[in-house]
Design a protein around this ligand. Sequence first.
Ligand code: SF4
Length: 74
Amino acid sequence: MARKLRISVDHNVCVGNSMCETLAPKVFVLNDDRQSEAVNPDGDTEENILEAAENCPVSAIKVVDAETGETLFP
Ligand code: SF4
């Protein structure tokens, strides 16, 4: 079974370019202010979620193992 992830988006740096939403649309959704929200951490594979985080141009996305607290990205 896939491990549980905790995902956060830093709205102080998110520039709303939708890259995360394009790569993992069930996980990331832009709100009315064009800020990404991690609406469903179980919405995609860990690999795809990490790829979305890696492709954020401003490194706004943080991914943590929800059980151990281990940082998976950045
Ligand atoms: S890829 Fe980064 S900057 Fe772009 S919408 Fe997602 S969190 Fe915001």
